[in-house]
Structure formats: C-alpha cells, structure tokens
Design a protein around this ligand. Structure first.
Ligand code: ZN
Length: 270
C-alpha cells in the first residue's frame, strides 16, 4: 500500500479526476490539502478558506478508504478555531497550516493548535524556504518546538524543512532520544522535495541514518488535477534515491506507507 501524504487541491479537481490520477500513479491513499494557492483562494481570505474546506469535504465524502482531506486554516484569523471545527464536522480529518506572518509560538495561534491537538488531528505544516519569495523565517524547523506545548499533537513537517534539514532532523531526533517510538513521536517529515537534486541523496541518507524510516514519509506535492504520471514520476525520484542507498524492504514500507499511516491513524494494508 502506498500513501501520498502531500497532494494539493486547486478547486478545479473532482473526485473522479483524483481517483483516476491515484490509480494511474499506483497510490492507494491520497492526503489532499484544501486549495489555498490557486485562483480564488488565499491564506489571507478566511471566507475563501471556508469555501476551500467545503469543496474538499464534498470531494472526499464517501471516499474515506482512499482520500483524507486536510482543512486549511490561517490561525491568525479570529474565527480560525471555529472554521477548523466546522471543517472537521463536515468530514475533514486533519489540518494544514502555513506559518507566514506568525510563528508557532505566537500567542495568537495557540487556540487553533490546541484544538488540533485535542482532536488528535494529523497536522501538516509547511517547513523550510518558500519558492514564491515569502519569508521562510517563520518556518524554520526549530520554531516548531513550540508544538511541544500541545502534548499529543501529531505533526508532519513538509519538505524535510529544506534548507534547514539538519535542524529538522535534530527536532525529530529528540523524541527518539527520549525513547518515544517513531509511530508515537510528535514530529515526522515528508519527503516532498524540497532539497534540489544535488542535495537529495545526502539529505535522505542522513535522515535515514539518524531518524530511521519511521519518521519519513512520501509526499508528491503535486497540484491536482494532474495526470497520474506526474505523481508517479515524483515517486520515481524517491524510488531512485532509495535504490541508490540500497534501502531494504522495511525502510521502503515505512516511507511509502507505515509512517503516514501511523500519522493518519490508518491501518496499513500489506
Ligand atoms: Zn506543498
């Protein structure tokens, strides 16, 4: 079983499109993010995010075995906690947030983080630099230490926090040092690139050596609707790196499925 733990909706896709793309790419479960980067949707516009979450809730409805929908909220918006609760009530099962103009330790965002932790929602955060020129300073992995104020939070940091991959690995290591098993750790990392090609092999080697595969999961970071080949080709990039590192079957099983399944609270079929 293969989970793509990072797929963007744009608002233009239908459940049929998504299913076809997943089938063509050999993906069993897709973790879909409500649209926030495409026309008509913006992190600065709370009403557009409510529309985005409604769109996604409708899309995933009846497809719980294949699709997981992550609401997008901007915790700086005054109604963010209500919007998150509403999205969960509508059928979304996790939340994606993008620190931009706020740090995870910011007092103004604690109520939203607390709600997500209390509901045991899988949380996905952008981590690392932005490609659109926004400041990445809010998204350095070390900033996410603030989540430790919310015990029980289940967090994935995207892109292994590139270019701060050492910082991300250090953050992930703390739970392991303290004897927390990977599937119960607070932080895990998605291998959606992230690091430009010349960094990838070394970054993945280090992450595997230090964290092990139980804190690493695949995410294509593709924008739907897209042909399955696009998702498959991103999967192929990771596959080639794993081949080059001579990763064993257990390592691959974790990265393709087990790590994300534990984060999502899903059983991982063989
Ligand atoms: Zn993304």
């Amino acid at each position: 079983m293969v989970i793509d733990a990072h797929l963007h909706c744009t608002g233009r896709e239908t459940a049929t499109d998504v299913m076809r793309s997943l089938d063509d790419a050999g993906i069993d479960v897709g973790v879909l993010l409500a649209p926030f980067l495409s026309d008509g949707y913006s992190l600065g516009d709370a009403a557009s995010l409510r529309r985005a979450n409604d769109h996604l809730a409708t899309l995933v409805h009846g497809h719980g075995d294949r699709l997981r929908g992550l609401a997008v909220v901007n915790p700086l918006h005054p109604g963010a906690t209500d919007d998150l609760q509403r999205a969960v009530d509508a059928g979304l099962s996790g939340v994606k947030m993008v620190p931009s103009g706020w740090f995870p330790h910011d007092d103004r965002v604690q109520s939203t983080l607390a709600l997500a932790a209390r509901l045991k929602l899988p949380m996905l955060f952008h981590a690392g630099i932005f490609i659109d020129g926004r400041s990445g300073r809010y998204c350095r992995p070390v900033e996410f230490e603030a989540l430790r104020e919310h015990p029980g939070a289940r967090v994935t940091l995207a892109h292994l926090g590139w270019p701060w991959t050492d910082e991300a690995i250090a953050l992930g290591l703390i739970d392991l040092i303290n004897g927390v098993p990977p599937h119960q750790a607070m932080f895990r990392f998605d291998l959606s690139f992230g690091p430009p090609p010349s960094y990838r092999l070394e970054v993945l080697r280090r992450a595997l050596e230090v964290l092990g595969p139980g804190l690493l999961q695949f995410g294509s970071d593709c924008f739907l609707p897209c042909p399955g080949e696009e998702i498959a080709s991103r999967r192929g990039v990771l596959q080639a790196l794993l081949d080059e590192l001579q990763a064993d079957d257990a390592t691959r099983q974790s990265i393709w499925c087990d790590t994300a399944a534990a984060w999502l609270g899903l059983p991982c079929r063989p």
